[in-house]
Design a protein around this ligand. Structure first.
Ligand code: G3P
Length: 217
């Protein structure tokens, strides 16, 4: 499973990228607003750091305007994935932009039917939002499993990009189900390293290091 990092914070992207943890980046208007940066400038800077797909989201609601915005975003760098919402206009924009050879990420997906339409419209990535489904007591992981089944049934090559990930558990469950990509905030990616028995085991080793006076350097 590829790891995308869901942030527009340059320092955090650099830190995870140096560890080989960043196969791509996703942003959305809320993350851009949180960064306090101009969208074009921050996306360009991210593309200079990361080789993989960098999702940049349109802000128009009507197809022709989305297409114009998408073309402008795609011109920033060859690794831009234009992100469009899963609306009828978004699907129209997806069809045109993907037909022009651009990567397109269709976002705000909350049902298997929406994912099926995105694949038919030529999406490179479909972004089902797990956490926001969990928030309304619908199991978001079930949606990932349903989309996996449907895409495999018909050989769609649209990649399942699990999004709205809130926990390390979401990451491992997405990997078990077969999501192609998971995008998570840096804090969640770092939390994947944590285990209470690792902490306990290390504390025991350190006690013995102190008792025996073990030195390496
Ligand atoms: O990848 C989508 C993500 O940014 C939304 O996450 O936690 O706001 O639902 P969240």
């Amino acid at each position: 499973m590829k790891f995308f990092v869901d942030t527009a914070e340059i320092d955090q992207i650099r830190e995870l990228h140096a560890l080989g943890m960043v196969d791509g980046v996703t942003t959305n208007p809320s993350l851009i607003a949180k960064s306090g940066r101009d969208i074009l400038g921050v996306i360009k800077e991210i593309c200079e750091i990361v080789e993989g797909p960098v999702s940049a989201e349109v802000v128009a609601l009507e197809a022709d305007a989305m297409i114009a915005e998408g073309r402008k975003l795609a011109a920033i760098a060859p690794n831009i994935a234009v992100k469009v919402p899963l609306t009828w206009d978004g699907l129209k924009a997806c069809k045109v932009l993907s037909g022009e050879g651009n990567m397109v990420n269709v976002t705000l997906c909350f049902s298997a039917n929406q994912a099926l339409l995105a694949a038919k419209a030529g999406a490179t990535f479909i972004s089902p939002f797990i956490g926001r489904l969990d928030d309304i007591n619908i199991d978001g992981l079930d949606l990932i499993a349903d989309i996996r089944t449907i895409y495999d049934n018909y050989g769609f090559d649209t990649q399942i990009l699990a999004a709205s990930i809130r926990s390390a558990n979401h990451m491992s469950e997405c990997a078990k189900i077969g999501a192609d990509v998971a995008t998570a905030p840096p804090s969640v990616i770092k939390a994947m390293a944590n285990h209470v028995l690792t902490d306990k085991g290390l504390a025991g080793f350190m006690a013995d290091v102190a008792k025996a006076g073990i030195k390496i350097l």
